[in-house]
Design a protein around this ligand. Structure first.
Ligand SMILES: Nc1ncnc2c1ncn2[C@@H]1O[C@H](COP(=O)(O)OP(=O)(O)OP(=O)(O)O)[C@@H](O)[C@H]1O
Length: 273
């Protein structure tokens, strides 16, 4: 990035959280292990388990009761703009029909967060600094060559990378990503996971992501949360949380989990139970 961002040092602590929709409660009294600065955690679980609902509640986009504490600050009940200063949410898809170039959209995301950076964004010098910051993010995400492309001319995977750039340019303390690699090819999946991991370690950023790929989650996460029907079934380091027993209970599959000599987990799903 153009200027070294701050190193964040706050732990995220979610306790007794409940949230849902007008006609149904999806998450009830859910507590998570603390997420420390620099850590990447993954939310896993079957379709409709409540992963996106939980992520949106953590982002302040959905009303919740209970506690989401970032360092000394309670986030539940904060006005959305205050919440968004601390927590950045990357949705599953970018809206269609936006007539902006990739660079303009990343600059727009940065300028939308301008109140976070008082004095940093004024005048010509501020504009040039923003441009440098947006270009640096595009370079780091590996899509600088798309800077002048219109958003509506991009492939699904390219749009997902732009959405990531829009989130990262804000240099979030807490980054919430809803299936950030679902549209990406193998190489880009790896690049994105590595980048999020590096940024977490460099800046003390907390990253929490919803993933469906257990192998990738196991490789890149410090902590795993397995959800089923809105409740936590297992938490812990990947090897603790991803076991034949939890895979049977959460996904209803018969699976083997082996530990490779290089330290990674190999998950082999043999059948539906
Ligand atoms: N806007 C909404 N209004 C009412 N119910 C909703 C709404 N969005 C989701 N739900 C319900 O909440 C439950 C949890 O949905 P959620 O999207 O959080 O699941 P998920 O674990 O992210 O699933 P998936 O892996 O399929 O994306 C589901 O039963 C779903 O039908």
């Amino acid at each position: 990035m153009s200027q070294a961002p701050a190193f964040y040092a706050d732990t995220l602590q979610v306790s007794h959280l409940s949230t849902g929709y007008r006609d149904r409660q999806v998450i009830q009294n859910l507590s998570l292990p603390p997420v420390r600065p620099g850590e990447v955690h993954s939310l896993l679980g079957p379709n409709a388990a409540g992963k996106s609902t939980l992520l949106r509640a953590l982002a302040g986009l959905q009303a919740a009761t209970g506690s989401i504490q970032l360092g000394p600050q309670e986030l539940v009940g904060l006005p959305l703009a205050e919440h968004a200063r601390r927590v950045t949410y990357m949705p599953q898809t970018l809206p269609q029909g936006v007539a902006l170039s990739v660079l303009e959209s990343v600059l727009g995301a940065l300028q939308a967060s301008a109140t976070d950076r008082p004095g940093e964004h004024q005048g010509r010098a501020g504009h040039e600094a923003d441009q440098r910051r947006a270009v640096a993010v595009l370079e780091r995400v590996g899509i600088l060559h798309l800077a002048m492309e219109g958003l509506d001319h991009l492939s699904g995977g390219q749009r997902q990378l732009v959405s990531l750039a829009q989130s990262l340019v804000r240099e979030p303390r807490v980054l919430l990503l809803d299936e950030p690699i679902s549209a990406l090819d193998l190489q880009h999946q790896l690049r994105v996971m590595r980048l999020v991991h590096e940024l977490a370690r460099e800046r003390g950023m907390i990253a929490i992501m919803v993933l469906h790929d257990l192998q990738i989650a196991a490789r890149w996460s410090d902590g795993i949360v397995m959800l089923a029907q809105g409740a936590v079934v297992a938490t812990g380091a990947p090897a603790q949380a991803i076991t034949p027993d939890t895979l049977a209970r959460v996904y209803g599959v018969r699976a083997r989990v082996e530990h490779c000599s290089r330290g990674s987990l190999q998950i082999m799903v043999d059948d539906v139970l």
